[in-house]
Design a protein around this ligand. Structure first.
Ligand code: FES
Length: 101
C-alpha cells in the first residue's frame, strides 16, 4: 500500500443511499442526496475547486435524516444531516475558506 499520487485538499461525501420505502431505517437519502451531490459538483466547478475539493457520492453514512441528506467533510470537517440543495453554495464557501486555513 502507498499514498495515492493525486489527493484532494478536502473531500465531501454525500449520501445517496437508497432503501425500500418501508425499510426500518427509512428510505435513505436517495434522490435528495443525488440532487445535493449534483449541486455541490456544480458549485465546486463554478469556484474552480474541482481538482482540489472532491465531491463523492456514497452509501449510508449512518445518520439517515428524514429530510435532506447526510454529508461528511474529510479532515475532521464534521458530519451534517438535513442538507439540501439550498445549502450547496454556503457549504462550498465554507469549504473554500477552510481550504485556505
Ligand atoms: S441513508 Fe443517508 S445517511 Fe443513512
Amino acid at each position: 500500500m502507498r499514498p495515492a499520487a493525486f489527493q484532494p485538499q478536502l473531500q465531501l461525501f454525500v449520501c445517496a443511499n437508497e432503501r425500500a420505502a418501508d425499510a426500518q431505517l427509512g428510505p435513505g437519502c436517495g434522490a435528495r442526496g443525488r440532487d445535493v451531490f449534483a449541486a455541490l459538483k456544480r458549485e465546486a466547478q463554478r469556484r474552480g475547486l474541482a481538482s482540489s475539493v472532491w465531491v463523492t457520492e456514497t452509501k449510508c453514512l449512518g445518520v439517515c435524516p428524514k429530510d435532506g441528506c447526510a454529508l461528511a467533510i474529510s479532515h475532521g470537517g464534521g458530519v451534517f444531516e438535513g442538507v439540501s440543495v439550498d445549502d450547496a453554495r454556503a457549504l462550498m464557501a465554507s469549504v473554500e475558506e477552510r481550504r485556505r486555513e
